[in-house]
Design a protein around this ligand. Structure first.
Ligand code: MN
Length: 325
């Protein structure tokens, strides 16, 4: 027995490997275009990732939305065959993610509002990637100061016109009510989920609503939507406006939604015929292992940037002189 002892246990340990250094995460940039190639100074569109996820009521996970869109955007083709151009050539810069406080929605909204206000002050178009829909209050609030005649085009399955939901007035289910409280007219397209309270509000306030059911029955009447819209316009795209067959990864999926082509036709028309001064794509709730929704959102963002290139420029924007000062 004795010959087995003593046995220095240390010799029996697996030698400690050299721990490989973790690569520090690269900042995610839209389309993967390097910051040197897309400087903020030359950007007409500024991407603002905003991972809000505090009031999601069905499926949480929208905090992962912005990162998933930026990841997927690296696979989006630069060239757009519809427009015969590369949309990013108008200048696209990507900012760092907005810091969101889990227990303080208002702090995150204030930060987003400040960032959007600064982007707009520089004559650029703020393009927020969500994140849950409650975030839209911040960019609309920020832009309202610059554009008093602002109106909002909302693509959505839900009206989001509840006075409050689950105890908060800042819920994603109340965001359009808060925006209308600011005196901003809203036009809703793709709606197919309505509460009794919202139906009563729509009738009392004469909110223009283009129901998905009517769009399915008679086709999408782009002229009718535009006739309801003022100028300039903020465009808020809740991905659940589209049918979940196209984009299942959303916080609150609803059957019977818009097609990809209907959405594009409407977005192109509003960019061509109105001054679009800001926009967002919200409510992406990525499904692990199933990137179709992430890619849908990323490609939609790139299409939207292409259409923004067709939109009249905001007043006061000075193009950098090629000859210099
Ligand atoms: Mn919705």
């Amino acid at each position: 027995m004795a010959r087995f002892l003593p046995f220095p246990l240390e010799e029996h340990l697996v030698p400690r490997p050299e721990r490989p250094r973790l690569a520090s995460p690269e900042p995610l940039l839209f389309l993967g275009v390097a910051a040197d190639d897309a400087p903020l100074a030359r950007a007409r569109v500024v991407i603002i990732p905003a991972p809000f996820d505090q009031t999601t009521s069905y499926l949480p996970g929208t905090r992962f939305g912005p990162r998933a869109i930026l990841e997927a955007s690296r696979q989006v083709e630069f060239y757009d065959e519809e427009l015969d151009r590369e949309p990013h050539e108008i200048g696209v810069a990507t900012l760092a993610e907005i810091e969101v406080q889990p227990a303080d929605i208002e702090a995150g909204l204030r930060q987003l509002e400040r960032v959007v206000a600064e982007v707009a002050a520089q004559g650029k178009i703020p393009f927020t990637l969500g994140g849950e829909h409650s975030l839209t209050l911040a960019p609309v609030g920020a832009l309202l100061g610059r554009y008093p005649g602002l109106s909002v085009l909302q693509l959505d399955a839900h009206l989001d016109l509840r006075d409050s939901y689950q105890g908060t007035k800042l819920s994603h289910a109340s965001v359009m009510r808060r925006i209308r409280d600011l005196g901003v007219p809203t036009v809703a397209v793709g709606i197919r989920s309505v509460s009794r309270e919202e139906a009563d509000y729509v009738h009392a306030e004469k909110v223009p609503v283009h129901l998905a059911r009517e769009i399915r029955a008679r086709g999408l009447d782009v002229d009718a939507v535009l006739a309801d819209l003022g100028n300039p316009v903020y465009v808020s795209v809740d991905l659940d406006a589209f049918d979940p067959a196209y984009v299942p990864g959303v916080g609150t999926p609803e059957p019977g939604g818009l097609t990809w082509d209907e959405g594009l036709r409407l977005l192109r028309a509003v960019c061509e015929r109105r001054q679009v001064v800001g926009c967002d794509i919200v409510e992406l709730c990525p499904i692990p292992g199933q990137p179709v929704s992430d890619f849908f959102a990323a490609k939609l963002a790139n299409k939207m940037i292409g259409y923004l290139g067709l939109s009249p420029e905001p007043p006061g924007r000075s193009r950098p002189s090629r000859r210099g000062a």
